[in-house]
Design a protein around this ligand. Sequence first.
Ligand code: ATP
Ligand code: MG
Ligand code: FE
Length: 346
Amino acid sequence: PLVLGIETSCDETGVGIVRGTELLANTIASSMDEHARFGGVVPEVAARAHLEALTPTIEQALETAGIALADVDAIAVTSGPGLAGALMVGVGAAKALAVALDKPFYAVNHLVGHVGADLLRDDEGDLELPTIALLVSGGHTSLLHVRSLTDDVELLGETIDDAAGEAFDKVARLLGLPYPGGPHIDRAAASGDPAAVRFPRGLTLPKDLEKHRYDFSFSGLKTAVARHVERMRDDGIEVPVADIAASFREAVADVLTKKAIAACVDLGVPRLLLGGGVVANARVRELAAERAAAAGVSLRIPPLSLCTDNGAMIAAIAAQRIMAGHGPSPLDVAADSTLPVTTVQV
Ligand code: ATP
Ligand code: MG
Ligand code: FE
């Protein structure tokens, strides 16, 4: 089926067009620049930007795919989780399109979409299920056991405070690096010593592992970095940005990959899929590859354009549902900012 997917859960206005698992267009407009001076995504600004960007982004995606709107078999949209106002723009537009074109409407879970992004790559063999999936972005840090992309996703664990990307952004800020901080920390870390400071690994003590085996926590780490930097400044020592960036990045990459591989081993699922913007991180990729190989786990990392928020992954999930014979979502589905990942069929 030819599906147009709309994604507006955060700061990317994404419109994707797929035919089954074939990627025809993946057009993105980002309002990132407008949030930079606030040091984080401002919900009102994001919603307004979606409203302005959506029509031109749809037009551009259609042009790239070389199709007309009337050719589309179904309209898909992220209905949650995400920023409420931002989601509402996409959901409203998708419903209007579906009604106007008399096409079926599919509401898609954003996190399931991130897993489905892997279906669209043409550089590797097919995604095999079940798989463990680690989704790490500015808003999410979730470890999933995915048995089916159309109806069976289990949440193994998630962050109990900050998301991994959020931690990168906050630590970048206190090191005086620009927003979004992830890429800047990654770059600074390249010339630093990851063993310079042993920062805490959240929720990895034996007592934590009982209740939070697959959960994450990054706010303690962020505080530890802040204290360390403050102490140096108080003592008049110049802050070694590269060493701190490298040590912080090491702590994040260590916990993320250790828990993800542990889930693969514990559950006997020898496959790990990564998704979300933090997957761009060089050390996360390197350590994931190293540990996956050591544990006999096959690692999949889609290209970055499919890892970050996009509409194509949303269209891909709707296409899976159509191919599995599932009917459309009711037109009264509302945007749900806290939609749980286990709600696979919205
Ligand atoms: P959502 O959480 O809803 O998916 P988002 O816009 O926060 O939305 P992405 O666009 O997937 O998510 O990812 C952006 C995040 O990824 C930011 O927090 C950014 O700092 C982080 N990031 C990007 N590149 C890197 C990198 N090289 N290393 C670490 N973090 C990175
Ligand atoms: Mg983003
Ligand atoms: Fe996302």
